[in-house]
Design a protein around this ligand. Structure first.
Ligand code: 5AD
Ligand code: SF4
Length: 470
């Protein structure tokens, strides 16, 4: 049994990581043939991609997937800790599973992902959720076959959570949930320790994958007919810093662009590490999509300092305008938190004025949520929930206004769309543009998923655009 330890998770020492290859034990491979699994994923793209690995491991063990948890022999929750409501959703689901287990004693229940890294959650599971058969952390995915097999053999609760990252595991199997768009991890973890954020504790320090491993994965995806890769990391801009002296995100983007995959995206970028080389490369290669997610979090330099974001309002704006100037037609999206402890009405107004200046193409907006163990948790919070909700409402009104305004500029224009699906209506399709906008469109000729087509925009809405194939 390994229990999570927050103190250890918080350490910032540099480690040397070995690269190990995943291998499934012959005795466990296909052992569970005939059994079924249900996997529920909460949270970000990193979790979604982890679930693609977890599914493949379960399938290598013999489990097959079902879409209804009532029909499953194994139910696994891949959880998220970023805000309180993500927490509550997972615990709500555990409540429902308790009921199910009382009717089906043989049901296996597991919990993994970011919540598994929190000592408080694991303590609660040990004490009040004894029906949960196993818990494993974000650094323990490769041990899943043994963890499940031990839970079955011993009938005892298994808790396997390393507080810190150990080795960098390559060769995890994967079942991708989309045949044309694929996620590729390039860097794990985060060293930024923004004061509100739990991610550095749940995902560990920054570890880059070797460029050769990433390039090999993308080459395989090209051969398999994939049209789009999204390079993933909590902060992709830090790529390479822990591994190479003179090879970073700009170089990686350029090497991947040369592999001729039609579309490359990347997320998420911290403004701090966004180099000129990166901007130049994004502008230079037509297969790097002109779409950047650049979380600002607040428009007030005072709040940014309290958040530990390492840039001021002015520095953010300078970077923002530089990207806009060098990458033609780029869309920029962002994340914003309102109600951070100490945020006054003036600070909030600065956030609104920054939004007025940037006119973001998309924005994910949140009310600050206290995460235990993070420094912001200790800050005095004198804003009422009602005030926070009012700020969020005001902010959303303004961001939505600009989504529509930006979309309107596309009316009458032709954009490239990767066809992702057929909608219920006849001859109607949907997909995303280069700038990552959802397009619903009609076509007189039959189209196939994975095609990249020219679509003329006929009508702009706030969250999507309508169009017609040229
Ligand atoms: N409260 C509210 N929002 C948060 N985020 C991260 N931590 C918190 C928190 N404690 C938001 C940030 C980040 C996004 C992924 O989630 O805006 O960019
Ligand atoms: Fe969290 Fe900041 Fe790291 Fe993003 S950069 S994962 S907000 S600590």
């Amino acid at each position: 049994m390994h229990l999570p330890d927050y103190k250890e998770a918080r350490t910032r020492d540099k480690r040397k990581y070995n690269r190990i290859d995943f291998k499934i034990d012959n005795n466990i491979e296909k052992k569970y043939e005939g059994k079924t699994y249900f996997l529920k994923t909460y949270g970000c793209q990193m979790n979604e991609h982890d679930s693609e690995n977890i599914s493949a491991i379960l399938e290598a063990m013999g489990f097959s997937k079902v879409d209804d948890y009532n029909q499953a022999d194994l139910v696994l929750l891949n959880t998220c800790s970023i805000r309180e409501n993500a927490h509550n959703k997972a615990f709500g689901m555990l409540g429902r599973l308790k009921h199910l287990k009382s009717q089906n004693k043989g049901l296996l229940i597991g919990l993994c992902g970011c919540m598994a890294q929190e000592s408080k959650v694991v303590d609660e599971i040990l004490k009040d959720y004894k029906f949960v058969n196993f818990v494993f952390g974000t650094h323990n995915i490769y041990q899943l076959p043994e963890i499940i097999d031990d839970a079955v053999k011993t009938n005892k609760q298994q808790i396997e959570v390393y507080s810190r990252e150990m080795d960098l595991v390559e060769g995890l199997p994967v079942v991708r949930s989309n045949n044309y768009k694929a996620y590729v991890n390039i860097i794990y973890g985060c060293n930024k320790f923004c004061t509100y954020c739990i991610v550095p504790y749940t995902r560990g320090r920054e570890r880059s994958r070797k460029k050769e491993d990433i390039i090999e994965e993308v080459k395989t995806l090209v051969k398999e007919g994939y049209k789009e890769v999204t390079l993933l990391g909590q902060n992709v801009n830090a790529y390479g810093k822990d591994l190479y002296d003179d090879y970073n995100m700009g170089d990686l983007l350029e090497d991947i662009a040369k592999l001729k995959i039609p579309r490359i995206r990347f997320m998420t970028s911290h403004p701090w590490d966004f180099t000129d080389k990166m901007i130049d490369v994004i502008g230079k290669y037509s297969n790097i999509m002109p779409s950047v997610h650049l979380p600002v979090q607040s428009g007030s330099s005072k709040i940014l300092k309290l958040m530990g974001r390492r840039y001021t309002r002015e520095q953010y704006l300078e970077l923002f305008h530089k990207i806009k100037k060098i990458v033609p037609g780029v869309s920029i999206s962002t994340d914003i938190i309102v109600g951070f402890p100490g945020e006054t009405e003036e600070d909030f107004m600065e956030t609104l004025s920054l939004v007025e200046e940037c006119k973001f193409d998309n924005a994910f907006t949140f009310i600050f949520s206290e995460r235990e163990g993070t420094p912001a948790c200790k800050l005095k919070d004198n804003i009422t929930l009602k005030e926070k909700e009012e700020r969020l409402y005001k902010l959303n009104e303004i961001v939505n206004k600009y989504f529509l305004e930006n979309n309107k500029k596309l009316e009458g224009k032709v954009v490239k769309v990767l066809v992702e699906g057929v909608s219920d209506k006849k001859n109607m399709y949907f997909g995303y543009s280069d700038t990552n906008k959802l397009i619903n469109f009609s076509s007189d000729r039959e189209l196939y998923c994975g095609d990249i087509v020219d679509v003329e925009i006929t009508e702009a809405k706030t969250w999507s655009l309508d169009g017609k194939v040229k």
